[in-house]
Design a protein around this ligand. Structure first.
Ligand code: HEC
Length: 239
């Protein structure tokens, strides 16, 4: 009896083990972009929308220098489309960007924003705790300062920012972009999409890793069946 139960449990173990982390991530995040495909990976349409928000709104102040324009092909853009996007960007030397250039750095330093420097966004989703969720709340968290709060000059009140006072002017007002897929570009939608895009920027290989993981689990199941069959054959009672 025990042996009968053991086999299915043994086979199911890698499956359960393999899929729990994706579920655990889901409960952490109010954004469901991580669960939008079967393996818990990124939703390419959301990433494309997020890139559009990044490119149209955030890129005027922020760099993302770990990204090259050629990386856009991983978001489902063809080489021609990615090349076209690059060519529409003018680099500091006055030349249009190519696929092999890094995302443009707007070099926002100096006294703009009271000396606060817009950080590079390539890895920000990994640098901040619960990064994508934090970025979403940061972008949607602007509000009137609570009474009694004295705002520093050039600062805005944002409940999600540590200390509450941020030098970044509210970047999203809604309808900052026109989505090609017909999704309504409300400010929370744009915030969700750009958070997904920044999550991808910080971990661009997540989808591939998940796929390799599933293949490894399938292979291990196959190997387990083979091992059990071999064991049974070797130890078969011959009398
Ligand atoms: C007008 C310039 C400007 C634009 C446009 C802009 N930012 Fe910022 N951003 C800043 C500045 C300045 C800071 C630094 C704020 C500070 O330290 O007080 C900042 C900080 C940040 C931070 C870091 C917050 C932290 O925890 O330190 C994130 C994340 C961020 N911006 C995301 C975005 C995104 C996403 C967009 C596009 C939707 C965007 N920003 C558009 C100027 C800008």
């Amino acid at each position: 009896m025990m042996r009968r139960l053991l086999l299915p449990a043994f086979l199911a173990a890698p499956l359960l083990g393999g899929f729990t982390p994706a579920q655990a991530e889901d409960t952490l995040s109010p954004l469901h972009f991580q669960s939008q495909n079967l393996l818990g990976g990124y939703d390419i349409a959301a990433l494309q929308r997020g890139f559009l928000v990044y490119q149209t709104v955030c890129a005027s102040c922020h760099s993302a220098s770990a990204l090259h324009y050629r990386d856009l092909q991983a978001l489902g853009f063809s080489a021609e489309q990615a090349g076209g996007i690059a060519a529409s960007v003018k680099l500091a030397n006055g030349q249009p960007a190519t696929l092999n250039d890094r995302f443009r750095n707007p070099h926002m330093t100096g006294t703009a924003f009271g000396g606060a420097v817009p950080p590079d966004l390539s890895n920000i989703a990994a640098e901040r705790p619960q990064g994508p969720r934090y970025i979403y709340h940061l972008l949607t968290g602007y509000e009137a300062a609570p009474s009694g709060t004295v705002l520093m000059s050039g600062h805005f009140y944002d409940a999600a920012f540590p200390g509450g006072q941020i030098a970044m002017p509210p970047p999203l007002k809604g309808n900052d972009v026109a989505y090609a897929d017909g999704v309504t570009a409300s400010a929370p939608q744009e915030a969700e999409d750009v958070s997904a895009f920044l999550a991808w920027a910080a971990a661009p290989n997540l989808n591939t890793r998940r796929e390799i993981g599933v293949r490894a689990v399938l292979f291990l199941i196959f190997l387990s069946i083979l091992a059990i069959a071999t064991k049974r054959r070797i130890w078969r009672e011959t009398v």
